[in-house]
Every structure is written in C-alpha cells, then in structure tokens.
Design a protein around this ligand. Sequence first.
Ligand code: ZN
Length: 55
Amino acid sequence: MCMVGDVPEFNMENIEMDLKEYICLDCENKFKGLGKSVICPACKSSNIEMVSAEK
Ligand SMILES: [Zn+2]
C-alpha cells in the first residue's frame, strides 16, 4: 500500500512546470499543452500561441 517508489519520468512538479497555456488562433480555444509540438485539441491546428501565465 505504501509503495512510493521511484517515478523516473513522471514527476508531478516537472509536469506542472512544463505545462503552458496556449490559445488556438484558429478557433480561439484555450488549452494547456506541454512540449514543443502542441496542437489545438479542438481543431487539431498547430496555429497556436502561448499565453503568458501572469496572475
Ligand atoms: Zn483550435
């Protein structure tokens, strides 16, 4: 039950750091993406722009 072992690649903190907010310029859908080749999940467009995460 208490198996909190090694999790080599799925480190929650790293995932959150890489998670950026994008907006699709084609359908204006806002979504969170990760990595270099992000596409819009709604229309599959790669015509997207990163939204600056200032709060
Ligand atoms: Zn879209």
